[in-house]
Design a binder for this molecule. Structure first.
Ligand code: KE4
Length: 419
């Protein structure tokens, strides 16, 4: 496949944008080669500036559960555009969005809209500290919660891809407020609480990890987090920016039957526009300004266009729950054949082909993967019109727009690599 225009654009981009991209994982550093510059999307497909068409399993890193240019979202945006782009004042749509999120996620009694997953987790963490009066946070190695200073400790996603253990620029004092533990290790969490429980404000967790690749919670792990946080008076924060409305209509918390104190949401709730949220118990959320002493704000928070897209997305999912049966079936069909030397983890419509013959249950096992071979696989698939995540340490996403033919083309291309 020709990539001439992408190569020219990448050269120009690198002159003015660090790494030529506005988010590190897009730079193909994890797999090598030139990132494809995208001209447009449609359904399950991306079309790059050279006119190459790809079956897209990145889906903008999760938001596009309905595929590109989904009719409900596009129609809502066209209508909202007639009214303008931003007001900096409350709107009816924001009330409707808050009510809809509370209806669809029972643990969320009150919610605040923000513009990115990072803002959501940063705000949720500040709120947890303000509510408990404590400073420490437990997170898990290989989990990524956005580029929040104190959470860029043994983080996944782009940091795992680039092999950045801990980012520069974060004061030691900030990093020291974070206790990073192995994912799925209940004993490690019990020990941390036994030793420092009275100073721990919150545990923040990806209830299904996407950011070291897809890693499901071990049986009992989420339940243990719920019990330990309750026992020690810490808050349980489910970071559902990726899993929210992805792994089930009622999110990971509904799929696994856990009631967190706070939840962060993003990606799907914006339908591809910049929209995220944090919410949970009303007694906690009432600590947020202007009601309480924990400050958080945003010029474009609750932006009319983003909320219109998000409302259309969530209403469509609520009114068409059978979409999740289709997503589950298509993702199961795609991951049915397990290539030799590969481990596949899948929860609902998110999955990862790990280039390791061993089980992948945490960061220590994920990082043993053969990332060079993953890079070869990535380019083999790209050349055959299949666009996977340009990193071993990311999840792949199925959308409702992916067809039987897409799955068959993908499996055929993968089989060719291993034969
Ligand atoms: P954003 O600030 O990128 O909107 O969200 C941060 C975030 C928070 N929590 C979870 C569980 C997330 O997965 C993310 C962002 N996910 C990555 C993909 N692994 C975004 C892609 C990127 O960084 O370009």
């Amino acid at each position: 496949m020709k990539s001439d225009k992408s190569e020219v654009l990448f050269q120009r981009a690198q002159a003015r944008i660090p790494g030529g991209v506005n988010s590190p994982v897009r730079a193909f550093r994890g797999v090598g080669g030139t990132p494809r510059f995208i001209a447009r999307g449609g359904g399950s497909r991306l079309i790059d500036v050279d006119g190459n068409s790809y079956i897209d399993y990145v889906g903008s890193w999760g938001p596009l559960l309905l595929g590109h240019r989904a009719a409900p979202v596009m129609n809502a945006l066209r209508e909202a555009l007639e009214g303008g782009t931003s007001f900096g004042a409350p709107t009816e749509r924001e009330v409707e969005m808050a009510e809809l999120i509370a209806e669809m996620v029972p643990s969320i009694e009150m919610v605040r809209l923000v513009n990115s997953g990072t803002e959501a987790t940063m705000s949720a963490l500040r709120l947890a500290r303000g509510f408990t009066g404590r400073d420490l946070t437990i997170k898990f190695e290989g989990c990524y919660h956005g580029h929040v200073d104190s959470l860029l400790v043994k983080a996944g996603s782009g940091m795992a891809t680039l092999g950045i253990a801990d980012t520069a620029g974060v004061p030691k004092a900030f990093a020291e407020t974070t206790i990073a533990l192995p994912y799925n290790s209940i004993t490690a969490v019990e020990k941390a609480f036994a030793e420092r429980g009275e100073n721990i404000a919150a545990v923040i967790v990806e209830p299904v990890v996407g950011n070291m690749g897809c890693v499901p919670p071990a049986p009992g792990f989420l339940e243990a987090l719920r019990a330990l946080t309750a026992k020690y008076g810490a808050l349980l924060i489910f970071d559902e920016v990726m899993t929210g409305f992805r792994v089930a209509l009622n999110c990971a918390q509904g799929r696994f039957g856990i009631h967190p104190d706070l939840t962060t949401l993003g990606k799907i709730i914006g339908g591809g526009l910049p929209l995220a949220a944090y919410g949970g118990r009303a007694d906690i959320m009432r600590k947020i300004a202007p009601l309480g002493p924990v400050y958080q704000a945003g010029t474009l928070s609750g932006n009319p266009l983003a909320v219109a897209a998000g409302l259309a997305m969530l209403r469509h999912l609520r009114d068409n729950p059978a979409i999740y049966d289709q997503l589950e079936a298509r993702a199961a069909q795609l991951t049915q054949w397990v290539p030799p030397g590969v481990t596949i983890n899948r929860v609902g419509a998110m999955f990862t082909f790990f280039f390791s013959p061993n089980a992948v249950t945490d960061w220590d096992s994920a990082k043993t993967c053969d990332t060079a071979r993953y890079g070869q696989f990535f380019h083999h698939m790209l050349e055959r019109g299949v666009y996977l995540a340009p990193s071993q340490f990311e999840a792949a996403f199925m959308s409702a727009a992916h067809s039987e033919e897409d799955i068959q083309q993908t499996v055929a291309a993968a089989r060719e690599f291993f034969e």
